[in-house]
Design a protein around this ligand. Structure first.
Ligand SMILES: [Fe+2]
Ligand SMILES: [Fe+2]
Length: 249
């Protein structure tokens, strides 16, 4: 073996140094290094040095309140959410219904705080217990619709996609299948409007505040009284994972 450290090894060493300062041992889930590590090789474990393992909120992260709301997740767990705020603002300016404004506000929360690949499906699952069925449906299918133009509403295939995926990129079969299904569905236009408001939402000069949407979230998002993640909905565990991403079990 050469003495040169790989990027992954360096990251692990830096992390190890950082975790030395914690009074709990952090054992990372597979997803942290998934795709970078040969899954057939066992994950290295940090030495426990007699410490207990992390079983709650990681002190390196901003602490979530005892009964977190969707807005708290925006503040403390989602990366800068300008894209979401700008999409929601654009929908609002074009006179879209509250349902659609809310859909635009949360359409990419999977990317902002959880998992990127298949983000529309992940976000729909996260949200399903708490929003109108049509909103969750629209978010699920924006994933597929974004790859297909609809000239009737002025939606073109995003130029950015040609840059990102190459000019000859063909969406996977399941995306095409879901697009065809969604195209015929009664809620097609709700999902399409997410794409329409998504497309022009990358303006670094526009500053939108989360507070502008507090009322809409209050009306359109069923906040569980126990706190989002501490309730017993089918996706509560996913919210808890976003809250406590380094929890041991
Ligand atoms: Fe998206
Ligand atoms: Fe988006």
């Amino acid at each position: 073996m050469s003495g040169i450290m790989t990027t992954l090894e360096r990251a692990e060493a830096a992390e190890h140094a950082l975790s030395q300062e914690l009074d709990r041992v952090v054992v990372k889930s597979v997803i942290y290094t998934s795709g970078e590590r040969d899954p057939r090789v066992p994950m290295p474990r940090p030495p426990d040095q007699g410490k207990l393992v992390m079983m709650g909120q990681d002190p390196r992260l901003p602490q979530m309140p005892a009964k977190p709301t969707l807005i708290d997740y925006f503040k403390y767990r989602f990366g800068p959410a300008n894209h979401l705020l700008q999409s929601a603002r654009l929908a609002q300016k074009s006179g879209a219904s509250e349902k659609i404004v809310l859909a635009c506000l949360v359409h990419d929360i999977a990317i902002a705080g959880f998992i990127r690949g298949d983000h529309g499906y992940w976000a729909a699952q996260l949200l399903e217990p708490y929003v109108d069925e049509e909103v969750a449906w629209a978010i699920r299918y924006h994933q597929a619709l974004r790859f297909y133009a609809d000239e009737s509403v002025g939606y073109k295939y995003p130029e950015l996609y040609s840059k990102l995926f190459g000019p000859d990129y063909q969406p996977d079969e399941y995306i095409e299948r879901d697009y065809k299904m969604a195209r015929e569905h009664k809620w097609y236009m709700t999902s399409r409007l997410i794409c329409v408001n998504d497309l022009y939402a990358f303006d670094p000069n526009v500053q939108v505040n989360l507070e502008d949407f507090t009322d809409i979230v209050g009306r359109q998002f069923k906040q569980p009284k126990e706190g989002l993640g501490w309730d017993s909905s089918p996706s509560a565990h996913m919210w808890r994972t976003i809250m406590c991403p380094t929890k041991y079990l």
